[in-house]
Design a protein around this ligand. Structure first.
Ligand SMILES: NC(=O)c1ccc[n+]([C@@H]2O[C@H](COP(=O)([O-])OP(=O)(O)OC[C@H]3O[C@@H](n4cnc5c(N)ncnc54)[C@H](OP(=O)(O)O)[C@@H]3O)[C@@H](O)[C@H]2O)c1
Length: 301
């Protein structure tokens, strides 16, 4: 049995909970649907597109990692305020009870097959969806140490959580919701492009995540699928992660002083502001296949 059918969502599987999966992915491209030149290319492609258009739902689903704290908690509230259904994924529970909210307790640094658990959970969500949004927000800054003193097992956990889990989740989402328009956000950081001493793990995992976002966006563009990928650096936020950063020592993290000053000068950004700015960007109709942007700045594709 191949992996898709073993997880119970293979193409044509009678148990699939919405109507999209048996349809070819290329028929989801809204731009092609509206382009007379592209529509003339093949009569059967036109037929597929018509069918898909009819079957699209009118609800948005947000799959959000790290919804229990900081930026994730603000994204959860902002998503619910917009009427989206939210599936939160983290190790803890938020304790929030809302009609359109479910949470899945999962350690995303685990290497085991947690996709099967998500597939089971997916079957309990309503659909069909107009739009599926995945925000890979969960992350950690540790381990902080100069490389020669760094624990390799801690480094591996960081790669699993900050880079591999988001890539696995993008892959799972593409497979599990093959039809509707999709928006993927990978929460980035200035550390994805700026080297900080002591932050081998954080800088290199965020850099890997940013590049994987761009590669996926190019693949989606080549296939003409309506999947857009945004790499979003939320700014220096007033969250638990910054408390961790301020607790570091100059021996393990020589750039510590800059973050301590931002805090003492009241320059940390409220996560609620960053969360709302991000969701506003997602609602734009002109979002490119790939863009990278930072809180308060215009995007670069
Ligand atoms: N804070 C900043 O200044 C800043 C700046 C730039 C970028 N960022 C990025 O913004 C994102 C959110 O950061 P934050 O400041 O909001 O951090 P935070 O307050 O520490 O929240 C981190 C979230 O990730 C979840 N998480 C951590 N380890 C996990 C695991 N193994 N499995 C599943 N979930 C896990 C946590 O939930 P549980 O503990 O319940 O698992 C929590 O909800 C991160 O990607 C971070 O790199 C932050």
């Amino acid at each position: 049995m191949d992996r898709k059918s073993s997880l119970g969502f293979g193409a044509g599987d009678a148990s699939t909970p919405d109507h999209f999966e048996t349809l070819p992915s290329r028929c989801q491209d809204r731009e092609s649907m509206c382009s007379p030149r592209k529509a003339l290319l093949s009569p059967w492609l036109r037929f597929d597109r018509f069918e898909t258009y009819e079957r699209k739902g009118d609800m948005d689903l947000l799959i959000l990692t790290g919804h229990t704290s900081g930026l994730g908690a603000s994204l959860l509230h902002a998503g619910l305020e917009r009427g989206w259904t939210v599936l939160g994924i983290a190790r803890r529970q938020s304790g929030l009870e809302r009609e359109r909210f479910q949470e899945c307790t999962l350690d995303l640094a685990e290497t085991g097959d947690w996709e099967s658990l998500l597939t089971e959970r997916r079957a309990t969500l309503d659909g069909p969806w107009r739009r599926v949004i995945l925000i890979n927000n969960a992350g950690r800054v540790e381990p902080t140490a100069l490389l020669e003193e760094m624990s390799i097992s801690e480094l591996q956990i960081s790669f699993q959580l900050n880079a591999i889990a988001p890539i696995r989740l993008m892959r799972w989402t593409l497979q599990a919701f093959a039809g509707p328009c999709m928006r993927f956000v990978n929460i980035s950081s200035g550390a994805a492009s700026k080297p900080y001493l002591g932050w081998t793990a954080y800088c290199s995992t965020k850099a890997a995540l940013r590049m994987s976002s761009e590669v996926l966006a190019r693949e989606m563009e080549a296939q003409g699928r309506d999947v857009r990928v945004l790499s979003y650096a939320p700014g220096v936020l007033d969250t638990a992660m910054q408390v961790t950063v301020r607790g570091l020592s100059t021996q393990t993290f020589p750039d510590f002083e800059r973050f301590r000053q931002l805090h003492s000068q009241g320059q940390l950004i409220e996560p609620r502001l960053s969360a709302n700015e991000l969701l506003d960007r997602l609602d734009r109709s002109d979002i490119p296949y790939f863009s990278h942007c930072r809180y308060g700045e215009s995007e670069r594709s």
